[in-house]
Design a protein around this ligand. Sequence first.
Ligand SMILES: Cc1cc2nc3c(=O)[nH]c(=O)nc-3n(C[C@H](O)[C@H](O)[C@H](O)COP(=O)(O)O)c2cc1C
Length: 648
Amino acid sequence: MKRKFPNLCKPIQIGNVVFKNRMFSAPMGGTDIPEDCTIGPKSTAFYELRAKGGAAAVTVSECVVHPKTEHSHAFRLDPKVLGSMASFAYTADAIRRHGAIPSVELSHAGQFSGTYLIDKEEKRQIEQWGPSAGVRHDGVPVRELTEELIREIVEAYGATAALAKRAGFEMVMVHGGHGWLINQFLSPYYNKRTDKYGGSLENRVRFAQEVLDSVRAAVGPGFPIEFRMSGAEFFEGGYGLEEGIEIAKLLESRVDLLHVSAGSYLTGFDITHPSMFREHGCNVYLAAEIKKHVSIPVATVGGINDPYMMEEIIASGKADVVEMARALLADPELPRKVMSNREDTIVKCLRCYTCLAERVATSTRRCTVNPLIGRELESRDIVPVTVPKKVLVVGGGPGGLQAAVTAAKRGHRVILCVASDELGGILKGERAIPFKYEMYELGVTLGRQARQLGVEIRLNTRVTKEYAEQENPDAVIIAVGSEPIVPPIPGIGGANVIQVTDYHHQKDKVKDSVVVLGGGLAGCEIAVHLAREGKTVHLVEMRGELAPDANVRQRPILLREIDKCGVKVHLGHKAVRVTEEGVVCAHEGKETLIPGETVICAAGQRPRRREAEELLDTAPFVAQIGDCVKATTITNAIYQGHHAALDI
Ligand SMILES: Cc1cc2nc3c(=O)[nH]c(=O)nc-3n(C[C@H](O)[C@H](O)[C@H](O)COP(=O)(O)O)c2cc1C
């Protein structure tokens, strides 16, 4: 078989171990961690899914090495805790049985201990330790680690590595990036010590070197040690790439794979977990530059989800390994699809931050485009049915498409009808916004999957009660979506007004100065896009805040982007009428004109209840999903579509 991505699919030897391809699963933690900090069956199933999907290595996230100074409620490998060793052994085994190399991340968060605890009070009370005493950016005091404690922590890294090896792990990752303890020692921002661990770079690197020596002594020669570092910290007072290169050079003799990430927890998630506002692969240049100066394999990570880009990274020698986190949540089968030339069916990560936000909000794992994530155990497997049914899916948005795909996978005969001439529903509009292009692609990919699974797609077909009854289906899934809310104000029907959902086919009409009416997520995003195009953009919002519907991780980055692009924000402004000059708003008892030649209306969506209710009695099994029930997220639409199809 001729592989389309020959470099990406090529095995690589690291230490004494051969990895079957160049696609590794980067560590991903959850917070649904049992009281005793064992891995537990749920997380094991989570990691196993990526091994099944063909990743060459799967790294289990942060295993706390020294709970005495690191109070995070994360995985711990403690032989004194009943079941602890067994939980690690089961997980290593679950990963290994699919041909992937199991690895575990050895971690100490230093002065960011307990970061992911939900209870804010508990978080505040945690004792924090770092290379130097001080006060954290949020006012929490930090204690300086004594040399004796440093020695203990160094030994703990080795002891944990030995236990991981005993449990069946065949690689370890030492976490030295993202602002965690080893990074704190490396960083001139945190490390103000005057002893042998501080000052010169040689001294700041010493702690990392001692940790790596301790791990090496524990695991022996040939056992691969991966070191995760930030190529640059990207904040005032932190280290830059030049120092990153020197750090790499000072560590390479102790490391088998240098994993170059970027950024720091201190400055938020935009760099460590590149947001949708950044280029894909925006950190690759850091790995490529470091690779020029070391002679060990180098891995890159961050916002990479396209196999063509990955192939180019490996082929051009920018890195030897590509690591992915979110791309493998979105589609755990990505490596298998790459290996078998089925790249056109990869469901791409949207970089919507739902995975990160859900962790904060509910301590669970979730992915917008993959309904299985976090529910690997309890999700009923998509097993073929014994008696296939005739299923009519009404609507071709994300929920309807997912329902059709899941139903077809189960062996049902599926007909999907959509009123328009194209699949995708509300996602169709996203093609015009470059940083949301993957949302548009999601509709295209699900449509392709549906066709490949034999779903009969009927475009330009509005399903009435009569139409549905004539089809005589066993099951109807109603996914007719929502329609834009048009505020009842004079002038809203004018030639200068465009609905945000119509922007993609009316974008040539948009003039150089624009008023966006509505500061929810959709309004904020179109405002950023138009401002990036060089237009003058005013964003009008009746409420006192922007994008309350954005998730907690996405929102601060979106607000920063709005600020960066120069969007002029008008909060507490209620639109009264639209004129050719812009939008007249009521604000603090007065009328003000917010000027703009074009007005984009982003006032939200309303469920298509009438269309949905018309179909309620058209089959023995009827389910309603997504926006037609309540205007909602893509996450909910896909999740509900998948489960409605399982319920048939
Ligand atoms: C849900 C989630 C959990 C993560 N947990 C960890 C973790 O425990 N340790 C770690 O070093 N990185 C963690 N990361 C960061 C990833 O390993 C990776 O560096 C980052 O997401 C950028 O890669 P990506 O763009 O492919 O997602 C996590 C990322 C996600 C999305």
